[in-house]
Design a binder for this molecule. Structure first.
Ligand code: URA
Length: 241
């Protein structure tokens, strides 16, 4: 059993606070009956209708995938390319939390928990992401400082980042740079390097919050523990507060 407002927000329909408003305003039915009582308890078998729409009450699933290169981060692709969902054996309607490019590898979270997704991708919710980029060229000290202070991407300065040079391969003229960022703009890491004239050859996300790739090979996935889910919730809520 769980509280009606929680069941609504978990479905991804809206936030918990807005769900409470909807209940109060008489917009929610449980098994066809109008419920305005806050904290009304529902089970997985109850049908919840919000503003005329029946919400998804699937049991929640949380998956950490080591995304390989050459798969798209969507639930279906019009060009019929392989998607991250093709790598996962599930009947649940899970979807990726955020996006990694077709050629980017690394940590990708998938879930059908709309509440957690909304909390994690909310712009105010600066979840830490760690990337390692293989970059053409050798970065100057100046450029490293620029990256860490923020560069202009799509007309807007990026937030401060932690930048570490992991390895420099002078012979092949490439560098491996670790970048710790909190934003999640479109193609952000590649564009950050591009803004200084460098091309990213390979990109890997090593961490999403405290989640890493330990124990997984490329293309493999595992389920999050209850504890990890709780930690994600508390981290996301703390940041949002
Ligand atoms: N930044 C990028 O440029 N690409 C990704 O896939 C993730 C972050």
């Amino acid at each position: 059993m769980e509280r009606l407002q929680k069941a609504i927000s978990e479905s991804g329909y809206t936030s918990r606070r807005k769900a409470e408003e909807l209940i109060r305003n008489g917009k929610v039915l449980v098994n066809g009956k109008l419920i305005t009582e806050m904290g009304y308890q529902v089970s997985g078998n109850d049908t919840i209708t919000v503003e005329g729409t029946t919400i998804n009450r699937e049991e929640k699933e949380y998956i950490l995938l080591y995304k390989p290169r050459g798969v798209v981060t969507t639930t279906s692709d019009e060009k019929k390319r392989k998607t991250v969902l093709d790598l996962i054996d599930t009947k649940k309607r899970i979807y990726p939390v955020g996006r990694l490019d077709y050629d980017t590898t690394g940590v990708l979270l998938l879930t059908n928990d709309g509440e957690l997704t909304n909390l994690l991708i909310h712009p105010s919710n600066d979840v830490e992401k760690v990337y390692v980029a293989k970059v053409e060229g050798i970065l100057s000290k100046d450029d490293i400082i620029k990256l860490s202070k923020g560069v202009i991407v799509d007309g807007k300065k990026t937030a401060k980042a932690v930048v570490k040079v992991e390895k420099v391969d002078k012979k092949n003229n490439v560098s491996y740079i670790k970048l710790i960022i909190h934003e999640g703009r479109n193609h952000q890491v590649k564009k950050m390097f591009e803004s200084l004239g460098y091309t990213v050859i390979k990109l890997k996300r090593e961490n999403f919050a405290f989640l890493n790739l330990n124990g997984l090979k490329s293309g493999e996935y595992r389920y999050l523990s209850t504890h990890e889910v709780k930690m994600l919730y508390s981290l996301a809520k703390k940041k949002k507060a």
